[in-house]
Design a protein around this ligand. Structure first.
Ligand SMILES: [Zn+2]
Length: 337
């Protein structure tokens, strides 16, 4: 075999190698255990002048080793380049090394903890429900605007829709537990409305609902439970006010507002200069709702309250765009407006 040709060919190949990985492949092909040089050494015995051939081969081997070594010192190390890239990407985005719980999950778990301590059971339920349980059993009249397709997301299955409120769980629960009273239940969940998505509205949002049905339950129990909940979450100095409100499933209905924890009622960006943050709706369960579930309203009474978690969580975490909550990159910075 022409050793000079091998030297010329491999010299060219080595010079063309653009990175350490390609150079290593050439080295293995040439100087590896099953490489070309070792193969040539096995041919010494059959060479016309074995001694001279052996010397030439040794010289070729040394020359090629030196060329590869020299080239290696001037070649980009692929592995270290990748490593540098990785470090660069991580640093340039400033992402945290570990994930964190979604702020809505944190709020839900805080509330679950409060209600567990108060002896409530925590429930979950399907998000696709029927018209009957979402509206009719909650005393929403047949022609109520909420039942319009403009407000509710219906699915192709007849009479089925994506629940518009967590009160839907209440309708199922009252019916199922009507012979197994008292009821003391709480349930977090997603609800859906046919809303156009912008920085203040989303078609999916989160609510938290609590229901109590027993003998002799009064408005005092409702206010007491809500007060305790706010104090557990925000400390004993929290200020809450209750305003009369109308909801079809309760009578009377009240809406709790919490004094803005950021401005203490003076008005700021978070509370939209109202000084108060609306926390949701509540009231004494309407006798018709109890009746429809098979519970006698002359013997039993109850209260229910539902809270929207999104605005509350946004305010707590200084998030000003609701789409941030539903996005894939929630690397928000609490306490920075
Ligand atoms: Zn405020």
């Amino acid at each position: 075999m022409d050793l000079n040709k091998i030297k010329t060919d491999y010299n060219e190949k080595i010079n063309k190698a653009k990175n350490s990985a390609k150079l290593e492949l050439i080295r293995i092909e040439l100087l590896g255990r099953n490489g070309l040089i070792n193969k040539l050494f096995t041919e010494i015995k059959t060479a016309p002048n074995p001694k001279e051939y052996g010397q030439q081969l040794n010289s070729l081997k040394n020359e090629l080793e030196n060329i590869i070594k020299e080239k290696s010192n001037n070649t980009i190390n692929v592995d270290s380049k990748i490593e540098n890239c990785k470090l660069k990407i991580v640093n340039s985005f400033g992402l945290p090394k570990v994930g964190h719980l979604h702020p809505i999950t944190i709020t839900e778990r805080q509330l679950n903890e409060v209600f567990r301590k108060l002896g409530f059971s925590i429930y979950n339920s399907p998000e696709i429900v029927t018209n009957e349980y979402n509206f009719l059993r909650l005393n929403v009249p047949q022609n109520h605007p909420a039942m319009d397709m403009q407000d509710t997301i219906y699915i192709k299955q007849p009479q089925c829709l994506l629940r518009t409120q967590t009160s839907t769980i209440e309708s199922y629960l009252l019916q199922q537990q009507s012979k197994n009273l008292p009821i003391r239940a709480a349930f977090p969940g997603c609800v859906y409305r046919n809303e156009k998505v912008n920085r203040s509205n989303h078609f999916v949002f989160h609510q938290y609902q609590a229901v109590v049905v027993d003998k002799g339950v009064t408005m005092k129990d409702l206010i007491g439970t809500m007060d305790l909940m706010f104090k557990t979450l925000y400390g004993p100095s929290v200020v809450v006010r209750y305003r009369c409100k109308y909801y079809p499933e309760v009578e009377p209905g009240v809406g709790p507002d919490m004094q803005c924890f950021n401005c203490k009622g003076k008005g700021c960006v978070l509370c939209k200069y109202a000084g108060w943050i609306e926390m949701g709706g509540s009231g004494m369960i309407h006798p018709k709702v109890l009746q429809m579930a098979g519970i006698d309203p002359k013997i039993y009474s109850g209260f229910a309250f539902g809270m929207g978690l999104d605005r509350w969580t946004m305010a707590e975490n200084y998030i000003t765009d609701i789409r941030t909550l539903m996005g894939g990159n929630l690397a928000y910075k609490p306490n920075e407006l």
